[in-house]
Design a binder for this molecule. Structure first.
Ligand SMILES: Cc1cc2nc3c(=O)[nH]c(=O)nc-3n(C[C@H](O)[C@H](O)[C@H](O)COP(=O)(O)O)c2cc1C
Length: 358
């Protein structure tokens, strides 16, 4: 879908001089597992954030090359009812560019889940080998798989054998700063049949407090011949260009900034200029989508999580967040949005990391 928001004055975010270079690079289609993806700027999977309601709003602003669901438990997926599941849920129009992320640790379990993902018509399946939250690692899933590379490879081999849709792996550096284990694993994942690697260059126990080790992406890119996407702290066009230029990665996966400003996909790939009132427009659209998709209590919970990332846009984000924390219903959200989110609010060029590091 193309962006439909009315264009007026540009926002106070500087446009880099080499914008057309970045747009051209990002807008070059890429083949993944024999399928063409229209651009190289993708949405990263994020639990509690990249849900069906957010994705609907993302689509409104347009130009995201490939969209990832939040992680879905491989154990639960085979019996999930998409009509009531808060996570394993989509609209049919999304499927051609939607990848379902699975989290699990047992090859058999992941295979059954991946088979369902394929049957439902998703573009691809992504295996979470990056989440280091305790709840995941104690079940030997997520980043814990980086400690058991043979198991990680067995999972990919088994899934590759079972499905013909593209298989993605999202992984990170590992449990120590040494990049060698991740490079060795990347080669094995390619040999096992992965179609694309999305690499987040951070050590596992580090949530997102220290900067990512961007140079590490280059080592992964040079180790394999399948596409490698870089991820981590890309919040401006300059960051994006730097990641592409310095690592040679094939494209960029954006997480938190995509939630803060979902129109960056159109802005960075097509030169779309957002309206100054786009922030209010965004919150109103998201409130409506959350209301349609979730029961009131889950909807407001998801709105609160969203608000941390959204508020990080502004110089006075903490006070905006506190204002919205009083909202008990989506009607409150709409009223507060009309009162407090106005054109020409002072933007941080890059999001406020104190709010951003949840
Ligand atoms: C709230 C939140 C939830 C996340 N959930 C997931 C997840 O479900 N699966 C995953 O692979 N990564 C998850 N991540 C990590 C992101 O995909 C991404 O790697 C990380 O945020 C760094 O990218 P960014 O700096 O562009 O946000 C999550 C990140 C955040 C902030």
């Amino acid at each position: 879908m193309t962006p439909t928001t009315i264009i007026t004055a540009p926002m106070n975010q500087s446009t880099p001089p080499n914008f057309s270079k970045l747009a051209a690079q990002l807008s070059t289609p890429i083949m993944i597992g024999g399928n063409s993806i229209p651009n190289r700027l993708w949405l990263a999977p994020m639990a509690g954030l990249t849900h069906i309601a957010f994705r609907q709003v993302l689509d409104h602003y347009g130009s995201c090359g490939l969209v990832f669901t939040e992680m879905c438990s491989a154990k639960a997926v085979p019996s999930e009812n998409p009509r009531i599941s808060p996570v394993f849920r989509w609209q049919n129009w999304e499927l051609p560019n939607l990848v379902c992320q699975l989290a699990g640790s047992e090859p058999e379990e992941l295979v059954i889940a991946a088979e369902r993902v394929e049957r439902e018509g998703f573009f691809g399946v992504d295996i979470n080998m990056g989440c280091s939250a305790r709840g995941m690692t104690k079940r030997e899933a997520g980043a814990a798989l980086l400690k058991t590379p043979d198991k990680a490879v067995a999972i990919v081999k088994a899934i590759r054998k079972a499905v013909s849709i593209p298989v993605f792996i999202k992984f990170r550096t590992g449990w120590s700063k040494d990049i060698e284990p991740a490079v060795a694993l990347a080669k094995k994942l390619e040999a096992a049949g992965a179609d694309c690697l999305v690499f987040h260059p951070r050590v596992a126990p580090d949530k997102r407090t220290r900067p990512p080790m961007i140079d590490h992406i280059r080592f992964i890119k040079e180790a394999v011949s399948i596409p490698v996407f870089g991820n981590g702290n890309v919040t401006t066009q300059q960051h994006c260009q730097k990641m592409l230029d310095t690592t040679g990665c094939d494209g960029v996966s954006v997480g938190r900034m995509a939630v803060a400003r979902p129109w960056i996909f159109a802005q960075w790939t097509t030169g779309y200029t957002p309206d100054d009132n786009i922030f209010q427009d965004y919150v109103l659209r998201l409130a409506t989508a959350l209301e349609q998709e979730f029961d009131p209590s889950r909807g407001i919970k998801r709105f609160r999580l969203f608000m941390s990332y959204f508020a990080a846009n502004f110089k006075f984000g903490h006070s905006l967040q506190a204002t919205f924390a009083t909202a008990k219903t989506m009607e409150d959200v709409r009223r507060l949005a009309k009162e407090h989110i106005r054109p020409n609010m002072d933007l941080s060029l890059s999001p406020n990391m104190n709010l951003y590091n949840l």
